[in-house]
Design a protein around this ligand. Structure first.
Ligand code: URA
Length: 430
């Protein structure tokens, strides 16, 4: 069958700064999925988009074409409304774990179709897999059953959702075209829209540990994704949140599960609780429950109850001890003062080097590896006290991890200006 377009013409069209037509977009994504447009041609088009950009209508069509490349899920049969959250990824970002059962405690279904980590930010599935017996791979029927029962599910996103994105994302990774707002936003939103949620809250991270290092870029990414969700009938809002320093006091798989359990038991670090509560409020408001008393559900065990039911439904043992590392190494304060800096990226890289993350797709991760933070910026520290404890199953990794922590923290005589909130801004549909 003759093809409707020639890839060379589509590439030239964008290279010269033109707006791609809806027909060109539909064709190029479909032809790429079928293998008619080759990787070298898609790489050239991705670079042209990187350099020339796309307008709102083009991004929306591009997203729809990626959705059309695969299957979509349908939660209409559920008796509950659905709400989902997506984070652009950060260091110590375990929020999905307490958030999903917290929102489910108010009879709003939360389908958290998640991924594994690559690079310095951990993947939600990697964290969950440190729970004995827990299973990430579920059939669509199992997902529906759990959403009808416990009300929340954290599981692997099936390969059938937006396969064009899967192919394109791998290509962008090796052609320096990842950090491009039209391509990031269409990539994230195609998967979220294909998943079929009624509403979505985006946690767009800003700072050294995030994709977006500055707030203006993060705001533009958030605005683009909120517009995309809105244009596709998904109620979407975004919070911009600080990722200049790690979230909470643990980084690494089992360590982050432990901290999430503290939050579900009504305790936990202030920043993790603040963000969990704020995101839960966004999700519950979008689902028509703006008056839900979110804090009470953390304190009185309702969220913990949903967590336990979810873990059991996925063959996990909620009472099993979490694994702990045999080898630890303390990083000691060399002077008295206030911790004035603790860099998220450096801590993320150190945790990754300890074994918490993977260098290539498919590598195993250590459940036990990671970092416990004994001080956060603003805390008073004493010479000789441990600032952090590194954990690993392979002690030969300590040296490289310590190298990445050089210059990562500072102690000063004066207390730094306290951060008022982990939330920097909120973006809504317009
Ligand atoms: N996550 C995605 O799914 N896609 C991107 O392009 C970037 C982050």
């Amino acid at each position: 069958m003759a093809e409707k377009f020639d890839a060379v013409d589509v590439i030239r069209h964008k290279r010269d700064g033109n707006v791609l037509t809806p027909e060109e977009i539909d064709w190029v994504i479909d032809a790429y999925t079928r293998g008619v447009v080759g990787d070298e041609q898609m790489a050239a088009l991705a670079m042209a988009i990187y350099l020339k950009g796309m307008n709102r209508a083009e991004i929306s069509r591009w997203t729809q074409a990626m959705i059309n490349s695969g299957e979509t899920m349908d939660f209409d049969k559920l008796s509950r409304p659905t709400a989902d959250k997506h984070s652009t990824g950060g260091v110590g970002d375990k929020i999905t774990l307490p958030l999903a059962p917290l929102v489910a405690a108010f009879d709003v279904a939360v389908p958290q179709l998640s991924g594994r980590g690559l690079g310095h930010t951990g993947g939600t599935l990697d964290k969950m897999e440190s729970i004995k017996g827990w299973r990430a791979d579920l059939s669509n029927d199992e997902i529906m059953e759990i959403l009808d029962g416990p009300g929340c599910v954290i599981c692997a996103a099936g390969a059938g959702l937006a396969p064009a994105d899967k192919k394109l994302y791998a290509l962008r990774d090796i052609t320096s075209t990842v950090d491009c707002i039209p391509l990031i936003s269409s990539s994230i939103m195609s998967k979220k829209i294909a998943e079929g949620t009624d509403s979505l809250v985006l946690d767009v991270k800003v700072g050294s540990g995030a994709f977006m290092k500055d707030i203006d870029q993060a705001r533009e990414l958030a605005r683009t994704m909120v517009d995309l969700g809105t244009d596709h009938g998904v109620k979407t809002t975004a919070l911009l949140t600080d990722m200049s320093t790690p979230l909470g006091r643990t980084v690494g798989n089992a360590l982050e599960v432990r901290e999430s359990l503290e939050v579900l038991a009504g305790g936990g670090p202030e920043d993790v609780v603040e963000l969990t509560v704020a995101l839960a409020r966004e999700m519950l408001t979008a689902a028509g429950k703006p008056d839900a008393d979110v804090e009470a559900a953390l304190k009185d065990g309702r969220a913990m109850d949903r967590w336990r039911r979810m873990i059991v439904a996925q063959d996990g043992d909620p009472d099993a001890e979490l694994p702990v590392a045999k080898d630890t190494h303390d990083v000691i304060a060399e002077e008295d003062g206030y911790l004035s800096k603790l860099d998220a990226l450096a801590v993320g890289v150190a945790s990754w080097r300890l074994g918490a993350g993977r260098a290539s797709k498919g590598d195993p991760v250590q459940e036990v590896a990671g970092i416990e933070l004994h001080a956060k910026p603003g805390d008073k520290v004493k010479k000789g006290q441990p600032l952090m404890t590194l954990h690993t199953a392979t002690p030969q990794r300590f040296e490289r991890a310590l190298e990445s922590l050089e210059g990562a923290f500072e102690i000063s005589d004066e207390a730094p200006t306290p951060r008022e909130s982990v939330i920097l801004d909120r973006i809504t549909a317009q």
